[in-house]
Design a protein around this ligand. Structure first.
Ligand code: NAP
Length: 268
């Protein structure tokens, strides 16, 4: 039976098997999707074993392998130089293992209807998720980007690396009058400190996007709702990046008309 899997260490917490199995079952497809723990020193052996397993369609990759996995696969899209990390590996027609990243597309999908050309954007955080978000923003011809991060120097390097104009400032700096504000830090996540921002400078048509999905309604989203602002939660990006990976791994469109059912399952 064809199968794919998500690899990481730890991996038990991953929601990917639930998402991909839901779509496989909904489409009546034969196939499986597993979670496999792979320790950092086991990555090379993992890829050489799977390369020989013709039932294996590929894998998703999570912490701590997102950058290290690039050493074992072909990087046709130049992901190492852009986002710097992959989250999906697939086998192409001639058996070559190819790495790609669906996080940027997963981030973009829920805001595809938003015209961000020359608009101001505020991004919180400068880690791996922020890199995928900044990569997407760099393709959208956005205006100035204010990047707020604990370490502003890291933020400045990212803005320059993605060719984005703007300012890298500490988390204590005021939020600009941005059309889109995206939290790419773990602040506000269960067990993490709160993200303490005053949203007053945001215009009425601003969209507040929190990629944290545990809890689903983060204090940031609650504050945005209190101001009547449009919001996007972290499950939308999670399901969006999985949908792009599903197409790559199983060569089929996931049934996105069943998202509400999937979300209820993920939150159950
Ligand atoms: P990461 O690479 O570890 O980066 C975390 C960023 O947040 C860094 O810039 C770090 O600041 C900052 N940060 C961490 N703890 C902080 C604290 N206590 N105070 C202030 N700043 C802090 O993590 P990541 O992979 O980017 O993930 C970030 C969040 O996004 C996680 O909650 C993850 O679950 C979520 N995520 C969601 C999706 C989705 O599909 N919805 C996808 C990917 C990630 P420094 O730069 O100063 O160290």
């Amino acid at each position: 039976m064809p199968y794919a899997e998500v690899i990481g260490d730890p991996i038990a917490h991953s929601k990917s098997p639930m998402i991909h199995r839901f779509w496989l079952e909904a489409l009546g497809m034969e196939g499986d999707y597993r979670a496999t723990r792979v320790a950092p020193d086991g990555l090379e052996a993992y890829f050489s074993e799977r390369r020989a397993d013709l039932a294996w369609r590929g894998c998703n990759i999570t912490i701590p392998h997102k950058t290290a996995a690039l050493d074992h696969v072909e990087d046709r899209g130049g992901v190492r130089q852009s986002i710097g990390a992959i989250n999906t590996v697939f086998r192409d027609g001639d058996g070559t293992l190819v790495g790609t990243n669906t996080d940027a597309g997963g981030f973009y999908a829920p805001i595809a209807g938003l015209d961000l050309e020359r608009e101001t954007v505020c991004v919180i955080g400068a880690g791996g998720a922020a890199r995928a978000v900044l990569f997407a923003l760099s393709k959208l011809n956005v205006g100035r980007v204010t990047l707020l991060n604990r370490n502003p120097l890291k933020g400045a390097a990212l803005l320059a690396g993605f060719g984005l104009k703007g300012d890298a400032l500490p988390l204590s700096a005021p939020v600009p009058a941005a059309r889109l504000l995206v939290n790419c830090s773990p602040l506000g996540m269960t067990g993490q400190p709160l993200l303490d921002l005053d949203l007053a400078p945001l215009p009425e048509d601003a969209v507040v996007y929190d990629i944290v999905y545990a809890p689903l309604e983060t204090p940031l989203l609650t504050a945005a709702h209190a101001r009547g602002l449009e919001t996007v939660d972290g499950l939308e990006m999670l399901v969006g990046q999985a949908a792009l990976a599903f197409e790559i791994l199983f060569d089929a469109q996931p049934p996105r008309d069943r998202d509400e059912e999937l979300r209820a399952l993920l939150l159950g």
